[in-house]
Design a protein. Structure first.
Length: 102
């Protein structure tokens, strides 16, 4: 039995050089960081050394847990996070500073 038999699809080959070219040294925003998909995205994105990893989630406790986990593995460089979004249409103040065109 092969792994592809269990998954029902072929294995995906990841082009790490291309992904690194997109993420290294750039600001990256991930939403829903307290969930399984968002937190896993943050773990994988952090490996590419972005200039800033901004993490946004309405559940501050879940987001803080992911920030703490990533901080343990990154040494001095901790992920940054802005503000949680409570109201629809509200733009967190941190975004106005980070993205002045907004």
């Amino acid at each position: 039995m092969q792994v592809t038999d269990l998954l029902g699809r072929h294995r995906v080959v990841v082009d790490h050089a291309a992904i690194g070219g997109l993420l290294t040294g750039r600001r990256v925003l991930v939403t829903c960081t307290g969930g399984e998909i968002g937190s896993e995205l943050c773990r994988q994105i952090q490996r590419y050394d972005p200039a800033e990893l901004m993490m946004l989630d309405h559940d501050e406790a879940a987001r803080s847990e992911v920030v703490s986990e990533l901080g343990r593995f990154s040494g001095e460089r901790r992920p940054s996070f802005r503000s949680r979004r409570r109201r629809s249409g509200a733009c967190p103040a941190g975004f106005r500073v980070s993205f002045p065109w907004r």
